[in-house]
Design a protein around this ligand. Structure first.
Ligand SMILES: CC(=O)N[C@@H]([C@@H](O)[C@H](O)[C@H](O)CO)[C@@H](O)CC(=O)C(=O)O
Length: 349
């Protein structure tokens, strides 16, 4: 259950380039992002139902896959793709620990999403993230009893951040899923006065006016602006995104890194070609019905590592979906027969 961002080496000046969450001291440089899924396997649950337990044993293997095959070295754990909000607090702690442990000396940064409906649970997870040595925490807006004003939302976030006072704090803006429509630009105005550990924004929305204004109005700060709509990443880079966190980077991390390299070299026409290719795939799967379940199926297909089905209320992707997605990946040259690992089809069926 994670999301990630990639790091690649070699920028115009040969310095290491970052993609995704960057430390306040690092220079802003785009690189690549991606996010793993919840690595679940169906087992008989305590109540006699199939509830989708987490298969912790493949997380180490997945870290290696992300680093070596996709060029992704920054991970966002327990977010949307990782079904973080469908896990128990104990599971979220275990998943976070496993990523931090298995990522040691391999990953650059592991940021844990600790958002929850209960402030106390959020604080517990934030404190736990600090104890296990995570590199940062991120929080979404509570989405059942909602904060209706910027100040109330800030107060909530502030209380969570205070539980991990040494960790960089990121606000995870995803209004389509939380239903909390407070503009990120408004939220960022003066945020560091209230939350001294605030370091950046994970922006999963298509409102590029809001995103652009977040960047424009905070040019004096060293904030990370992490974009989360993979099909529009190039536009966000033009607006000043410093990184990206997204589900497709789990299997299109390498392609996205190529787009980022082209963008850094100012080869916009090549960068656009990459973005259009990525869009063709996303557009295709969106028409079939695309979400976290389908992402898991594609991740299994491409990596060969069994991600398992999602947990209820999500439903496993259909075989028809996986077959169509596979054909499309091949036709776009995103996947060759050689890339398909043994057993990947069985694992996704
Ligand atoms: C709503 C949603 O799942 N958005 C994805 C995107 O990566 C999205 O899957 C992609 O842009 C395709 O539409 C990410 O922003 C989610 C994310 O960062 C996460 O897993 O926490």
């Amino acid at each position: 259950s994670a999301a990630a961002a990639a790091r690649r080496s070699g920028g115009t000046d040969g310095a290491e380039a970052w993609w995704g969450v960057r430390p306040a001291t690092a220079r802003a440089r785009p690189d690549g992002g991606r996010r793993p899924d919840d690595l679940g396997v169906p087992v008989e649950g305590r109540w006699g139902l199939t509830c989708g337990e987490i298969n912790f044993s493949v997380i180490g293997q997945y870290v290696d896959y992300l680093v070596k095959e996709q060029g992704v070295k920054n991970i966002f754990v327990n977010g949307t793709t990782g079904e973080g909000l469908s896990l128990s607090i104990s599971e979220r702690r275990q998943v976070a620990e496993e990523w931090v442990t298995k990522g040691k000396d391999k990953l650059d940064q592991v940021v844990i999403h600790v958002g929850a409906l209960s402030l106390k649970e959020s604080q517990e997870l934030a404190q736990h993230a600090a104890e296990i040595g995570a590199d940062g925490i991120a929080v979404i807006a509570p989405f059942f009893l909602k904060p209706w004003t910027k100040d109330i939302l800030i107060n909530f976030l502030k209380e969570v951040a205070a539980a991990a006072p040494a960790l960089p704090f990121y606000y995870y803006h995803i209004p389509a899923l939380t239903g909390v429509k407070i503009r990120a630009e408004e939220l960022l105005d003066g945020i560091q006065d209230k939350i001294p550990t605030f370091r950046g924004l994970k922006f999963s929305d298509t409102d590029l006016l809001d995103f652009g204004q977040c960047v424009d109005q905070n040019r004096q700060q060293q904030f990370a602006f992490l974009f989360g709509v993979d099909e529009q990443l190039l536009s966000a880079l033009v607006m000043g995104a410093t990184g990206a966190v997204g589900s497709t980077y789990n299997y299109l991390g390498k392609k996205t890194n190529q787009m980022l390299e082209a963008f850094e070299r100012k080869d916009l026409s090549l960068a656009l070609n990459y973005q259009f290719c990525i869009q063709r795939f996303i557009n295709f799967v969106v028409k079939l019905g695309f979400g976290v379940s389908q992402t898991k199926a594609i991740m299994t297909l491409v990596s060969g590592i069994p991600m398992g089905p999602p947990r209820l209320p999500l439903q496993k992707a259909s075989r028809e979906f996986t077959d169509s997605a596979e054909a499309k990946l091949k036709s776009l040259d995103f996947l060759s027969f050689a890339d398909l690992k043994d057993g990947s089809l069985e694992a996704s069926s």
